[in-house]
Write a protein that binds this ligand. Sequence first.
Ligand code: ADP
Ligand code: MG
Length: 313
Amino acid sequence: MSEFDLIRDYFRHATPARGDVLLGIGDDGALLQVPEGKQLAMSMDTLLVGRHFLSDVDPLTLGHKALAVNLSDLAAMGAQPAWAMLGISLPEDNQYWRAWLKSFMQGFAELAKQHEVQLVGGDTTRGDLSISIQVTGFVEPDKALRRDAAQVGDVVYVSGQIGDAALALLLENADAQERLDKPTPRLGLGQALAGVAHAAIDVSDGLLSDLQHICQASGVAACIHLENTPTPTRVKNYIQATANWQAVINGGDDYELLFTAPVLAQQTIKQIAQQQGIAVQAIGHIQQGSGVKIIMPDGQISEEVSSGYDHFK
Ligand code: ADP
Ligand code: MG
């Protein structure tokens, strides 16, 4: 088996064929038709064995997650995904890794199909297992959701429910584990919010940490009510039993959208949530200043400093 067999067998026809791909896998580079009047949004994420996942992780799950975290970034930009590139390094050329790659690509392709994403190129090398994915999507000019666009007076919203990814790391729970392993990128919601919401980010480092990112980039402060944070019952039960609410707002990997929007957009946001079939909850607001204030259920104010994930800390 060679690198070329791998490419032919596992990458070339793995994902849907899009009309805007003039030349896909097989040449020195891909040729892509950019839709007239659109801007491109690009994002990339790397997953390393031992750091982002364990070596015995189910490759099918990993294939899904590796693409999902990238698509989640496009969702947070309000972009419609189109193309992906995959840089992968595999330890060996053997039956085991061939089977592994087959499963990995199956997980990748299932999600790619759902969102009409075509794999248009990449690179395959030998080395410690690592996966880099780059995705490109389209946005209307000036409609992209940016971290630096929050305004004083905005309402802070979060989609879906958070806390499952953190819970899965703290105790055994199959449903929480499923959400940690197979996150759902909120692409429809992100696109619907483009031009409506001000700032947005996907919750990958942790609710608190990611809200701090918005505040820093926008030069504002935020105040959120812990009680309003939407969490599944299993997470509520955990907090009640342990009082460890920090784990939940600091836990990353939920891949929900955290965004801010003007008070006047409240009705529109409600409609968007209904159309998208996803809950959207107001959890606080944007103020002048810096940092994030958390109002506890008893009314006390906590100025918790995030312990969200940082590779270089
Ligand atoms: P080159 O030597 O010109 O860099 P490669 O042999 O690396 O070309 O790749 C040949 C073709 O296969 C290219 O179109 C490249 O984009 C594609 N390709 C290689 N690895 C991957 C991968 N992991 N996923 C998707 N496409 C890949
Ligand atoms: Mg190459």
